[in-house]
Write a protein that binds this ligand. Sequence first.
Ligand SMILES: [Mg+2]
Length: 228
Amino acid sequence: MSAENITDERMSEFLDKIRFRQISFDIDGVNADTAKSAVNLYNLQFSDGKTVTDLDGFYAMRDWIFEKTNSRNLAIEMAIKIWNDENVQGYCPMVSGAWFLSNYLYLNGIKPHYITSRPFFTRDVTLDWFGRNMPFVDSGHIHVGNGGGLQGSYKTQTIKDLGVDIHFEDSIEHALDIVENTPALVVLVRQPWNLKFDVNHPRMVVSDYNPLVPKLFLAYADLVMSDI
Ligand SMILES: [Mg+2]
């Protein structure tokens, strides 16, 4: 299905269709462009010159640090520290098209949920980021993990608990966990770290990668043109 021939009529038909459905967004890689800030911090700490497009998998940064330190434990620990850094999470830019899409949904009376597997101790930083970047989002609609470490299962459980119908996600690992364990449809937001996976699931909407189009425009356009 192509998103090229999308019409205003199709857009408003679609809005009517999703008006009473639960929509949710992942935060990192879907709304908050944490990757950009995390790669900058990594470059500073390790005097390296990596770019976001070098992040070709969920654990890419851990592997870069392993190459530098030769310690698997240290690499995991330092990578997690960079991704959870207060400045990275609190002051990163927005993913292209993210503000526009959320604001568009809000203006049309649709209030999505924002669900992240970030550990719970990052909650205040996360709420502050929303306050600065998307102040129209109700803090009761922001759900931050409830323990330590990486918690894809928290995201899946929250999607189930909220009865989410459509979830926007950038992690292939989390996307697969969600379609396997909940009835939700997952819209994959294309990012360098999910490009090498060929996904084919009846409840996943997957766009082609196009760096020239704002990422959330592309994801939403493909959703609008899908048969849901
Ligand atoms: Mg993410």
